[in-house]
Design a protein. Structure first.
Ligand SMILES: NC(=O)c1ccc[n+]([C@@H]2O[C@H](COP(=O)([O-])OP(=O)(O)OC[C@H]3O[C@@H](n4cnc5c(N)ncnc54)[C@H](O)[C@@H]3O)[C@@H](O)[C@H]2O)c1
Ligand SMILES: O=C(O)C[C@H](O)C(=O)O
Length: 306
């Protein structure tokens, strides 16, 4: 299993590290445009192999896509991150050009690749990757919902004063401050609805905190987060590489599912060796349907900018 990660910055390196530590891939290629940067990150990570006990071979490349040839999965993290006070949508001017050229180069060297798009604004970048590569829709996956759901669980556990392993929850919709739809109605603590433990007001606070999860961290760090994003990507890569058939909310091209078409937005999917094996249509309440529709309108507006 060969995995390429384009962009050896904060998220790309974190993602490569988690993939290596989980030890399911034979090879990870890190590629960056900055001279020597990916090679340096790869060497540093390889020097953790004996300490962390993995056999995955990590190599670096400076913009040389021949090194990525034959990749089974490629992750696109290249592009600029936001600074405090910015929205993800404001990154489109620079990141669209980067994602376009990177997607084309990846597919040219690995025609059978499954692409995972991370660069922001992620739903629009995933849609752009479809437009420029023409890959079948099961082979382009946007990562946002897995991260947003992890942040939702963090906030739920905080409110419930429970261990995170005791809670479950999912966020669908666009990966944006306004567009996320945390499904509080379906959140649980060990199979019991969270609403049995928390007031409506407290659950709403959990929802609001989840939606601005990325912005909160950007305010604290001065740039956007990388540990949870890297871990979330590694989870998707592992589900595909190991044919796990796990459900994750991912940004995928919709063709009538949830009453939406011609956009990529976060919905639950089954991930396995074919990438998106199935889009799972769950029954949403009227309020959740309205929130998803509004989120889709926001994503479509951003798509118009490409
Ligand atoms: N979808 C998500 O959930 C999510 C989560 C976190 C970050 N992000 C996004 O991921 C992107 C990367 O964030 P980061 O914190 O790692 O940024 P970063 O600046 O640390 O790293 C980005 C890397 O991309 C490289 N790069 C730029 N243009 C390139 C090109 N044409 N080819 C190859 N490499 C190129 C840069 O040299 C840099 O090393 C941002 O757009 C950020 O908003 C998305
Ligand atoms: O918040 C950001 O800009 C980066 C990423 O989308 C995140 O949610 O951490």
């Amino acid at each position: 299993m060969k995995v390429t990660v384009v962009g050896a910055g904060a998220v790309g390196a974190s993602c490569a590290e988690y993939i290596a530590i989980k030890d399911f891939a034979s090879e990870v290629v890190l590629l960056d445009i900055k001279e020597g940067f990916a090679e340096g990150k790869a060497m540093d990570l390889m020097q953790t192999a004996s300490l962390n006990g993995f056999d995955t071979k990590i190599t670096g490349a400076t913009n040389d896509y021949s090194k990525t040839a034959g990749s089974d999965i490629a992750v696109i993290t290249s592009g600029i991150p936001r600074k405090p006070g910015m929205t993800r949508e404001e990154l489109i001017g620079i990141n669209a050009g980067i994602v376009k050229s990177v997607s084309e180069s990846l597919v040219k060297h690995s025609p059978d690749v499954i692409l995972i798009v991370v660069s922001n604004p992620m739903d629009t970048m995933t849609y752009l990757a479809h437009k420029v590569t023409g890959l079948p829709k099961n082979r382009i996956i946007g990562m946002g919902g897995a991260l947003d759901s992890a942040r939702f669980k963090y906030r739920l556990a905080e409110a419930l004063e429970a261990p995170i392993s005791d809670v479950d929850g999912m966020v669908i919709g666009g990966h944006s401050d306004k567009g996320m739809v945390p499904l509080t109605r379906l959140a649980t603590r060990n199979s019991v609805p969270a609403s049995e433990f928390l007031s409506e007001e407290r659950l709403d606070q959990v929802l609001q905190d989840t939606k601005v999860g990325g912005a909160t961290l950007t305010g604290l760090l001065g740039t956007s987060a990388w540990y949870a994003p890297g871990a979330a990507v590694s989870g998707l890569v592992q589900a595909i590489a190991c044919d796990q058939k796990k459900i994750f909310p991912c940004s995928v091209l919709l063709d009538g599912e949830y009453g939406l078409s011609d956009l990529c937005i976060g919905v639950p999917v089954v991930l396995g060796r074919n990438g998106i094996e199935k889009i799972v249509e769950i029954n949403l309440s009227d309020a959740e349907k309205d929130a998803l529709k509004e989120s889709a309108e926001g994503v479509k507006k951003t798509n118009e900018l490409i």
